[in-house]
Structure formats: C-alpha cells, structure tokens
Design a protein around this ligand. Structure first.
Ligand code: GH3
Ligand code: MG
Ligand code: MG
Length: 373
C-alpha cells in the first residue's frame, strides 16, 4: 500500500494536486519509517521536498533535501540520487543560493551520467549474458546435432560391421562346404582310381594296372637297352586246395602269397594279379640269373604256407614260366605268351618248377644250370 501511495503522490505532484499529493506521501512516509525502509523513506522525503518547494516553502524543502542527502546520496540507489540533486539545485535557485544551485546542478549531471553509464553497463552485461546464453544454446544444439549424426553413423557402422561379419561367416561357411565337397570328391576319385587299379583280395595291382606297368617297363627296357624279365606264376592244384580246405583257405593262400611277395621281391619288381590264382611278375633290370634267384626265393617261401588240418598231406606250391626281353620280343603280348608257354612246360614237367622260355634257355648257360638244380 505504501508503495502505491508513493506512486500516487508522484502522479499528483505532476498534476499539481499538491495537498492530495502531500496526504499520499505522508501516509507512505509513516509506513516506511515504521518499517525501517531507509531507501523508500528517503525517496518519499524527496517527494515531500518537491511539494514544499511547489507550495512556496523553499527553506523547508532545502532542509528536507539536506536530510535526504546527508550522505551525499551514497546510501541510496544511484538512479534516485541524480533527481534529488536536481530538485535541490531548483530549491537553492529559488533561495538565490546560486553557487549551491550550480554545484547541485553539476552533481546532478555527474550522477545522471554515472547512473546512465551504470545502466548502459548493466544493459550491456545483460545483453552480453543473453548473447552468451544464446551462443551456449546454439552450441549445445550444434553439439546435439553432431552427437545425433555421430550416433547415427556409429549405428550405421555397427550395422555394416554386423553385415560384414555375417557375409564373412557365410563366405567361410561356403568355402568350408566347397572345400569339404572338393576333398570328398577328391577322396572319392582317389578311391575310384584305387579300385580301378587294385585287386580287392590281395591288394596287388589288378590285371589292367599290371598291363600298364608291364608296358612302361618294357618301353623303358627298350629305350635304355636294359634287361627285363617277366614271369607268369600259377598256383599248383589250387582247385584241389579249394575243394579240400574250402574257398576261404584258397583266399588266405592268395593273400599270403601277396604278403610273401612284398617281403621277398626287390624294389623295382612288381607283382600283379593276372587272374584267378595266376600272377605276372615284372622284374626290371634283372637278367635270367637274378630272376631265377627271385623265383626260387618265392617258391621256397610259398612252400611254407600252412594249410588247415583238412589239407593234411597237401602243400602249397607254384609253377612259373620266365621270359627275358630280347630281340625276338616284338610286343608285350608276345612277351607274356613266351612266359606262358614256359609255365606250360613247368606244369607238364610235374609242377613246383620254374621254366624259362626256349629262346632264353638256349642263350643262358647259367640258367641251364639253375633249372637243373
Ligand atoms: P594247375 O596246377 O594245373 O594249375 O591246377 P589248378 O587247380 O590250380 O588249376 P585250375 O585252373 O584247374 O583251377 C584254378 C582254381 O583256382 C579254380 C578256381 O576256383 C580257383 N580260384 C581262382 N580264383 C580264386 C580266388 O580268388 N579264390 C579262391 N579261393 N579260388 C580261386
Ligand atoms: Mg591257373
Ligand atoms: Mg593253377
């Protein structure tokens, strides 16, 4: 209420309603004084001085203003002080105290400038603060936008990484699958090749493979002018062994023979299953003497193959026909045929024998001796 009274008082002074203004200011002054509102009290007293001056009591007005400005206005808000000096200048002017009036007017101008400067500084500071705030807000918005973009980018990268990992894993899986198929296929092919070349019972090269190996051996012997001897080996009375001891025993004998051959033969020698209980032995770089010795070793070892009790009185033996490569051999077939005919002789002469094809026999005295023994 007191604050309203002050404003009303001020308005009434402006309108020239001095008595009413006086009533409002006195009412306000009473409240401010009672409440110890020093600043407001002095402002109200300043207004009372204006009323006193307007009512033609400059001495009272001066006394009042002197009280208000007892600390040169240093105990008041600066913006209120300038106008107090202005009124005191007017009061002093009315009292013809021109010197004091002049001083007050100077003080008024100084205070006014000071308060104006302070206001401007305050406004500038407020403006600067607002700018700073706006700039901070803008920077925050920018940072947020950058953060959003970075987040979006990292999400995209994570997604891309997931895709890459998935693609790499799929690639690895496909490669592993392909490798598996490739290896399986390779193994399957190797197995097929093995089956196509190997005899299932004895593990020896089968007839087809034996022909290939014999062909290579013959070509090499011709090309390098080296000796080559072959032998057709046939189990004696094998049908009889089968009949007496059973087919399984016959199989066992054939497998035993292939095992013995592996232990007995020289490195370059190759034994192939020619068919049934017949075998073709290829002996590269072996003349008839070496070949005879090899056959003799085989023959002796085979003789030691044991048969079950059902075969009591039976012995495993072999007969063999030998042929040595020479001028008279024109083809592998002919070569084998010569060995075959020597085998025929061995069978005819009583079995468990090694015989040499005619031409070779005639040309080798050493063999003559060997076969006689
Ligand atoms: P020879 O002394 O005249 O050669 O008489 P042999 O009984 O050995 O000859 P033959 O040709 O009359 O009989 C060969 C026998 O070999 C007949 C066949 O059943 C047997 N045979 C052929 N292949 C196999 C085989 O893989 N396993 C067994 N157990 N027997 C076989
Ligand atoms: Mg036979
Ligand atoms: Mg036989």
């Amino acid at each position: 209420m007191a604050f309203a009274d002050v404003r009303v008082c001020e308005a009434r002074i402006e309108l020239g309603h001095l008595n009413q203004a006086l009533a409002s200011c006195n009412s306000a002054l009473k409240t401010f004084t009672a409440s110890n509102f020093a600043d407001e009290t002095k402002e109200t007293q300043g207004l009372l001085a204006r009323i006193q001056l307007a009512q033609g009591h400059p001495e009272r007005a001066l006394a009042t203003l002197n009280v208000v400005l007892d600390h040169n206005g240093d105990d008041m808000q600066p913006r209120r002080v300038a106008s107090l000096y202005e009124w005191r200048a007017s009061t002093n002017g009315a009292l013809h105290n021109y010197r004091d009036a002049y001083n007050d007017l100077n003080e008024y101008v100084r205070r006014y400038t000071l308060s104006n400067d302070a206001d401007r500084t305050r406004q500038a500071a407020a403006l600067r603060a607002r700018f700073e705030t706006d700039r901070e807000i803008e920077r925050n918005a920018l940072l947020k936008r950058e953060l959003d973009v970075a987040q979006e980018q990292s999400q995209r990268q994570a997604q891309q990484l997931r895709w890459n990992a998935f693609a790499a894993a799929s690639g690895v899986a496909v490669i592993a699958l392909l490798a598996y198929f490739l290896i399986s296929n390779l193994r399957f092919r190797q197995e097929l090749v093995r089956l196509a070349r190997q005899d299932g019972l004895t593990g020896l090269p089968n007839r087809r493979r034996t022909v290939e190996l014999a062909t290579v051996a013959l070509e090499s012997a011709i090309a390098n002018d080296l000796p080559l001897t072959i032998a057709i080996i046939d189990m004696d009375h094998f049908k009889f062994i089968n009949d007496r001891c059973g087919h399984a025993t016959g199989d066992h004998v054939l497998k035993e023979f292939s095992r013995i051959s592996r232990e007995t033969l020289r490195d370059p020698d190759v034994l192939g299953r020619w068919g049934g209980e017949e075998f073709l032995l290829i002996m590269p770089n072996a003349d008839l003497e070496v070949a005879m010795a090899t056959l003799e070793r085989l023959r002796t070892r085979v003789f030691g193959i044991r048969l079950p009790s059902s075969g009591a009185g039976l012995r495993v033996s072999l007969s063999a026909g030998l042929a040595l490569h020479g001028k008279h051999v024109r083809s592998l077939d002919e070569f084998i045929a010569r060995a075959d005919s020597a085998l025929y002789v061995a069978k005819n002469e009583g079995r468990d024998l090694v015989r040499v094809s005619d031409e070779n026999f005639l040309t080798s005295s050493g063999i003559r001796r060997a076969t006689r023994q």
